[in-house]
Design a protein around this ligand. Sequence first.
Ligand code: NAD
Length: 464
Amino acid sequence: MTTELMSQPTGASSAIADRVARVRAGFASGITRPLEWRRRQLDAVERMLREHHDELEQAIFADLGKPPVEGYMTELGPVLTEIGIMRKHLAKWTRRRKVPFIPFLWSKGFIQREPLGTVLIIAPWNYPVDLLFMPAVGAIAAGDAVVLKPSELAPATSAVLAELVPRYLDPRAIAVVEGGVPETTELLAMKWDHVFYTGNGVVGRIVMEAASKHLTPVTLELGGKSPVWVDPSANLEDTANWLTWGKFLNTGQTCVAPDYVMTTPEVQPRLIAALTAEIERFYGADPRRSPDYGRIVNRRHTDRLAGLIAGADVALGGEVEPEERYVAPTILRDVAATDPVMQQEIFGPVLPIVPVAGVDEAIEQVNAGDKPLAMYVFSEADAPVEAFLERTSSGSVAINASMIQLGVDSLPFGGVGASGMGSYHGEKTIEIFSHNRSVLRKAKGPNFVKLTEPPYTPKVVKRL
Ligand code: NAD
């Protein structure tokens, strides 16, 4: 059982240390181990989300202008589904797994999936409920004690969760710590049994460095530029439908949103026409007035996006209302790999189209950058799909679809290289938050030691 000391509290912030110490003591007392406790906590998360569904959706709306339907579809709904999956498979995913009898040692063996201890989950602002509770649900199912750190950039959601969690979940083993950089820095200085971080790569490096001081394992769910290839063989109507949905949902502030599109110069105008029609179908002639189109999280990101649009060849949209944090659904045409919009993750409703000669050039361009979190290939022909699968790397790929790969619990969700390390959802989350302990039990019968113990007579040597 883990009973390591944490770093000592420093004056004003000792409230955080006290809260973490309580949760750690809760784990040490063994309360989180019985499956019954885990089930009760999963039920309580479900009750909390259902009973405060309106309050949470309003908080998400206040933070992100996210339409309530989107709030349910992309935040509460997926967590409720994950809870159902965890509950259904809890016994199977946490039970001891026998290995075949080991005849030469005359022993039995099994793998015991045991909880790691007290874990820290740090979430970003863009899906402030989903990205906190998707990992938390797995950590609870694995039998860990959990400290949740919501993002200070989604303050309304953070405040609601800080109020609700202690009312619904067992405060002896589950706690919320609100705050920004100073509070997270204090948390990261402590010794954890696992740190699960979702957010940008700069902070990902800070998290990993802090964790390394205690040899704490980390999961880093990061971002980056997720490319799209639209092959000349693609069905452009369907492609435009998937791209419009994937790019403009949550106003493009999604880690796996299609970041930019590569296609041939011949396809570019037809794709722009198809995208324009889809955007108007989704959000009307003036998306600013649409109740189904969100806003940018804050002024800083709005100004950043305005900077990326300025000077580019705008095929559609381009309007920015900084006071309202509004950025229109925007398509940029004839974008070059060297343009500013191609130098950072866009994380907003701006879709650049980069004309390339064909699949080979597109693959070359992908491979010149960091390994992406997601990749999208739209093609009716198999060869381009195979070329991307065999000659590039990314956290995930969706073919003729966007973003839905992360809604499938049997498909691990995570990045590779600069887009992250470790993957989760479904049983994978339980794996992250557990240790696979190997256990060997000697069976009654022949004794290996007796046969091979010293003195090493010729008879012993012959037995080897
Ligand atoms: P953010 O600013 O909310 O930061 C994430 C968390 O890190 C917050 O809880 C914040 O308090 C903490 N933090 C910020 N600065 C810190 C510091 N200096 N030290 C310690 N902790 C600190 O969110 P963000 O990083 O802007 O999120 C957007 C990024 O996250 C994008 O790159 C996006 O692609 C990525 N993302 C990835 C996933 C995924 O699942 N892979 C999901 C969502 C977002």
